[in-house]
Write a protein that binds this ligand. Structure first.
Ligand code: AKG
Ligand code: FE2
Length: 313
C-alpha cells in the first residue's frame, strides 16, 4: 500500500512535472513568435500608414512641380514658353505688343530685397488703417481703393488729412521705378517694344492671411484667367513682398497646366510675369498661416486702357 501510495504520489508528481516541462517547451517555442509579432505588426502598420500618406500626398499634390522654389535665387529670368491661346484674337491686335510669344518667367534680379521691404511697409501702413474682415485685403494706389471690413473705401478721401503721414513722395517714386523695371523685363523676355506696353488697372497690393472669407472679394484662391477676369490685361506681373514658408505657409502661386500644376514659391523681391491669356490659367493656394504680401502689376497693349502711375492726389 505504502509502495502503491508512494507510486501514486510519484505518478502525480511526474505528470505535473511533465506538464510543466511541456508548458515550458511550448512557452519556449512560442516566445520567439510572441517577441517578434508585436514589432512585426508595428512595422506592418507603419508601412501601411506610410503608403497611405504617400498616396495622399501624391493625390493632393496632383502632379505639382515647383517651377521656382523659394530656396533658389534667379539672377536671370527663368523663362518657360507656352503656346498662345486664341484669347488675344478676340481683341484688337497691337503689333510689337499683343502676345505672339506666350509664356511665363520668374526673376529675382529686377527688384532688390530692400526695395521689396520698403514696398511691403507701404502696404502694411495703409492696410492697418483698414483691411478686410476676411482673409484678403487690397490697396490700389491708383484708384485709392482700400479694403475696409466687407467693403472698400477711397484711402485718399477717407484719410485725406493724414495721407502725407501714410505715404511719402519717395514711396510713389519707388513704385514708379519698380514698375518701369518690370515693364522692361517683360518687354525683353517677350521681344516687345517697351514703349508699346502700358500700365493698366487694376494694379494693387494684396495682403492675404488665413482668416476665412467673409465676402466673395476674399476668395482669392479660385482658378482664373487674367485676360478673362480683367479684359484689358495682356501681361500680368507679380512682385512678392514676403517669403513662402517663412512669413506664411500655403499661398504658392500655381500655373494650372492640362496635366500638371507648376508652382512659384514667393520670395521677397521675386518677380513673376506671364502672358495673361488662358495659356496661363492659375490660382493662389490658400494661405494656411502667417501673412502674404504681393503686388499685382498689370500691363495692356491697348492705349485706351492705359493708366498713369499713381501719385499724390
Ligand atoms: O498674388 C498672386 O500670386 C496672384 C494674384 C493673381 O492671380 C491676380 O492678381 O490676378
Ligand atoms: Fe491672376
Amino acid at each position: 500500500m505504502a509502495v502503491q501510495r508512494r507510486g501514486h504520489v510519484k505518478t502525480a508528481d511526474t505528470s505535473s512535472i511533465e506538464k510543466k516541462i511541456k508548458r515550458g517547451i511550448v512557452q519556449r517555442q512560442s516566445a520567439p513568435h510572441r517577441r517578434y509579432s508585436v514589432p512585426l505588426l508595428l512595422v506592418l502598420i507603419g508601412t501601411f500608414i506610410g503608403i497611405l500618406v504617400w498616396l495622399y500626398t501624391k493625390w493632393s499634390n496632383d502632379n505639382t512641380d515647383a517651377l521656382v522654389s523659394k530656396g533658389e535665387i534667379l539672377t536671370q529670368p527663368r523663362v518657360f514658353t507656352v503656346h498662345c491661346s486664341e484669347d488675344y484674337q478676340k481683341y484688337k491686335h497691337f503689333p510689337g505688343c499683343t502676345p505672339t510669344k506666350c509664356g511665363r518667367a520668374v526673376t529675382d534680379s529686377v527688384v532688390t530685397t530692400a526695395e521689396a521691404q520698403i514696398l511691403k511697409r507701404i502696404a502694411e501702413r495703409a492696410l492697418e488703417l483698414g483691411g478686410s474682415d476676411g482673409g484678403a485685403s487690397i490697396l490700389d494706389l491708383h484708384s485709392g481703393a482700400l479694403s475696409m471690413g466687407k467693403k472698400f473705401v477711397n484711402i485718399y478721401r477717407y484719410f485725406s488729412n493724414q495721407i502725407r503721414h501714410i505715404f511719402t513722395e519717395e514711396d510713389f517714386e519707388l513704385y514708379r521705378e519698380v514698375r518701369g523695371r518690370i515693364q522692361k523685363a517683360i518687354a525683353e523676355t517677350f521681344g516687345l517694344e517697351p514703349s508699346k506696353l502700358y500700365l493698366t488697372k487694376p494694379t494693387f497690393f494684396s495682403r492675404i492671411n488665413s482668416t476665412s472669407a467673409k465676402t466673395t472679394h476674399d476668395e482669392y484662391w479660385h482658378p482664373h484667367i487674367d485676360k478673362v477676369t480683367y479684359g484689358s490685361f495682356d501681361y500680368t506681373s507679380l512682385l512678392y513682398l514676403t517669403d513662402y514658408d517663412v512669413d506664411f505657409g500655403g499661398g504658392r502661386f500655381i500655373f494650372m497646366d492640362p496635366n500638371s500644376n507648376r508652382t512659384v514659391e514667393p520670395r521677397t523681391g521675386r518677380v513673376s510675369f506671364f502672358s495673361s491669356g488662358s495659356e496661363n490659367l492659375h490660382r493662389v493656394e490658400k494661405v494656411a498661416w502667417g501673412t502674404r504680401y504681393a503686388i499685382t502689376v498689370s500691363f495692356t497693349c491697348d492705349p485706351d486702357y492705359a493708366i498713369a502711375d499713381p501719385s499724390f492726389p
